[in-house]
Design a protein around this ligand. Structure first.
Ligand code: UDP
Length: 370
């Protein structure tokens, strides 16, 4: 059977766009479809008051991998933004990630030795050898004071469930340092693309046919007939008709406000730890690009329960959902479809990991002799 395309790529987010780019480069005929009215998935940016807005939440690029850093730098210029969020807890501001500034703010600890001693006493008392959930992990990493002041309420608000019901790996994302270093990430390379992420997506998709406002599930058999191979970046449970049940996600709602002031909070990211505040953070977008505009745009990020009508943001990688995902994974292995990205792999991915995964999967498929 001859088909119109070699590859149909469902979804124009980072995974789909990188895959399309690599495939187009070696002469594959690709069609990318996306149900949204824009390309780029959740890295899509728009302008409000001449300020670049990360429409689907803050995206800060960071990686240790020089290859990935050079890869994204082909398409745009990155600035030198370093993410240094602060968090507001019970009326006081603390630096993140947990570092000497935080320890000073919490306990007045002045030297690393003092801070380490304080934390170690608490770890000895409350930590466990093999943490089975996020609470145990946090208590074993940073002790009780930090857990109760800066982690518990934020986490339970963000995920809509008890910290004892969440997997430990989520909190392992956060570094702990005994230096006065507020850089949220440990990676060698970090920055924000000047003017936003759209240029990267446009660069990746240059020369590739793309149809927006086009939902694969509106006419699945038609789309399946178009290409020899399908790359699917949507929800894996939807692809397999929910036959093993629905996977759960956590959703987010973003509320934008234009404010008639040049500087609302003095930082791009301020977390709101307390359970009494319904949002988890306020993003002031101009600070990602050191903006000097007369006005500012802020976004309040409200965590929400998820339903199939809402956007799926975070996979809930608890035991129940992982067991369901495993069943879909087995089906995926038996199919000829290539599944990739946060929704298809049901994984809490950062951008650099998605790019690496797309390149890896592309190479496995097209560059390795089988
Ligand atoms: N977290 C926290 N307090 C904070 C920030 C983060 O307890 O002020 C925890 C929370 O459990 C969150 C996890 O750390 O889910 C990872 O946070 P990160 O900022 O990496 O999440 P993302 O930016 O992906 O939402």
């Amino acid at each position: 059977m001859t088909t119109d395309y070699d590859l149909l790529i469902v979804g124009s987010g980072l995974f789909g766009a990188v895959f399309a780019h690599e495939a187009t480069k070696i002469g594959k005929r690709c069609l990318v479809i996306d149900k949204r009215s824009h390309r780029g998935g959740n890295v899509y940016c728009e302008k409000i008051e001449d300020i670049t807005i990360h429409k689907y939440g803050a995206h800060i690029f960071h990686t240790n991998d020089k290859f990935i850093w050079d890869y994204v730098n082909q398409f745009t210029t990155f600035n030198h933004y370093i993410n240094s969020p602060v968090t507001l807890a019970k009326g006081r501001l603390y630096n993140l990630p947990f570092n000497m500034n935080t320890f000073y703010q919490l306990w007045g600890a002045i030297t690393p030795e003092e801070a380490r001693a304080k934390i170690n006493v608490q770890i000895d008392r409350f930590g466990v050898a093999n943490p089975a959930n996020l609470e145990e992990q946090a208590l074993s990493m940073v002790g009780k004071d930090i857990y109760e002041t800066l982690i518990k309420e934020y986490t339970e608000k963000q995920w809509g469930r008890k910290a004892t019901e969440l997997p430990p790996f989520i909190i392992k994302r956060l570094p702990i340092r005994y230096t006065f270093d507020n850089n949220y990430f440990n990676d060698t390379y970090q920055g924000i693309p000047v003017g936003g992420y759209n240029k990267i997506i446009d660069g990746l998709l240059e020369g590739t046919e793309i149809r927006l406002n086009t939902d694969f599930f509106d006419d699945r058999s038609y789309f399946e007939s178009l290409a020899e191979t399908i790359v699917f970046t949507g929800k894996i449970d939807e692809y397999f008709d929910y036959q093993f049940g629905e996977l759960e996600y956590r959703s987010l709602r973003f509320e934008n406000e234009i404010i008639n002031s040049s500087n609302f909070q003095g930082n791009a990211v301020v977390n709101y730890n307390d359970a009494t505040v319904p949002f988890t953070r306020i993003i002031e977008h101009k600070h990602f690009e050191f903006g000097k505009q007369p006005q500012t745009v802020i976004t309040k990020e409200y965590p929400e329960s998820w339903s199939s009508k809402k956007e799926a943001f975070y996979p809930v990688n608890d035991k129940k959902n992982q067991a369901i995902y495993k069943q879909y994974c087995l089906m995926a292995k038996d199919s000829k479809v290539i599944f990739g990205g946060r929704l298809a792999e049901y994984k809490y991915y950062d951008m650099h990991q998605i790019i690496a995964s797309a390149i890896r999967k592309f190479k496995t498929e097209y560059c390795e002799t089988k």
